[in-house]
Design a protein around this ligand. Structure first.
Ligand code: NAD
Ligand code: ZN
Length: 358
């Protein structure tokens, strides 16, 4: 059974469809919605051999002419050089302002191709087809697009909402196990900050993958409601999604990108933030232990690699944009499913929280 999650924003509303085997419906769905005849399908070198053909066939079956553009898999493709290259390939293929774009792949492709769509000929509509757990529950929802530069990750980009998102849970079956599991860090995050009742469904999904459409749809809805409340990150609601990310980002960067996957670093960040919640905001220890148990169930790390020292992690934190004038904006839990933002923590608190990861 498919689920539809509607995202209602000030300037645009759109649907996120979640279900099995949606790829084969991409052509008819695109035609119904956009009624355009030409499109670029942007994907990466891992996803192309698995899923490009089924999307291309679906598009041609309804009279759409697709141009397939494949970039090397991996984070380095999220660059301005690749943005220029894709734009130029689209121009040479004769795509014009009446074309649209499909982003087919994980978060790298979603961020990169979404950005291209938002600037190509000053912007054309795009459809997200996320194919990783992380991109289905997180990056494809919310309209943030962009690329990395040597100065930092995700600093160049746009807020640009898709016309439609198709989250086909059947595609998750081909993910390498480590990529599959890291996406569950964001799912467990959503449960911790907004939906305590989801813990049960997350547990059951570990042994029953037929529950994936329900689980993904529930996560999409959580992120959608948060984005609706704070589309442009202005009132603090969207900041709650940073649970586990203040320390997690610092851990990820200090380990060196690629050593710890994003979701693995976030697992560690959430454990530290959960301990701080027990100490500072009255989270019951038994609730904290439920979070730890779920992270373990999905084989996410609970201990820092021993080579990672505390000092470099703290140094990195101080460069974070959440660390302003000596005050850290930090997300804690009051209860399971109830997060809030505090500025009351000091570096000393964070130092002691990191000790829980040794
Ligand atoms: P990714 O796109 O690199 O995908 C991970 C790996 O899985 C890649 O090697 C990819 O080729 C492969 N892959 C993708 N789908 C597959 C499938 N179905 N079967 C087999 N292999 C498949 O990474 P990701 O984890 O999906 O996303 C990470 C990116 O998302 C980062 O760049 C991050 O900055 C971004 N992000 C953006 C937002 C946002 O709000 N825009 C939020 C979170 C993360
Ligand atoms: Zn994250």
């Amino acid at each position: 059974a498919s689920h539809t999650v509607r995202v209602d924003l000030a300037e645009r509303s759109y649907d996120i469809l979640v279900g099995k085997n949606l790829l084969a419906q991409s052509g008819p769905l695109a035609t119904d919605l956009l009624n355009r005849k030409k499109c670029a399908v942007v994907t990466d070198s891992n996803v192309a051999p698995l899923y490009a053909q089924i999307v291309l066939d679906s598009l041609t079956s309804v009279g759409i002419t697709p141009t397939l553009i494949t970039v090397p898999a991996g984070e380095p493709s999220k660059s301005m050089a690749v943005v220029e290259d894709i734009n130029r390939q689209m121009l040479r293929a004769g795509l014009d302002r009446k074309a649209f774009l499909i982003a087919l792949g994980g978060g790298v492709i979603g961020d990169l191709a979404g950005f291209v769509a938002s600037i190509f000929l000053r912007g054309i509509p795009f459809i997200q087809i996320p194919t990783t757990v992380l991109s289905q529950v997180d990056s494809s929802v919310g309209g943030k697009t962009g690329v990395n530069t040597p100065e930092g990750k995700n600093l160049i980009g746009t807020f640009s909402q898709p016309a439609l998102v198709l989250a086909d849970t059947a595609t998750l079956a081909t993910l390498p196990p480590r990529e599959y599991r890291e996406g569950f860090a964001e799912i467990i995050k959503h449960a911790a900050i907004r939906d305590a009742a989801m813990f049960d469904l997350i547990t059951k999904t570990a042994t029953d993958s037929t529950l994936l459409p329900d689980l993904i749809a529930r996560n999409v809805a959580i992120k959608a409601r948060i984005v609706e409340a704070d589309e442009h990150e202005l009132n603090g609601t969207r900041a709650l999604l940073n649970f586990g990310h203040t320390l997690g980002h610092a851990i990820e960067a200090t380990a060196g990108y690629g050593q710890l996957f994003h979701g693995e670093a976030i697992s560690l960040g959430m454990i530290a933030a959960t301990h701080l919640s027990v100490q500072h905001s009255g989270l019951p220890l038994s609730d904290a232990e439920e979070i730890f148990a779920l992270l373990k169930l999905y084989q996410l790390p609970t201990q820092l690699p021993s080579s990672l020292l505390t000092d470099p992690i703290l140094k990195h934190m101080q460069h974070d944009k959440k660390f302003s004038e000596g005050q850290i904006r930090f997300v804690l839990l009051r209860d399971l499913g109830e997060a809030f933002l505090t500025k009351d923590l000091t570096l000393a608190h964070l130092t002691s929280a990191l000790e829980h990861l040794r």
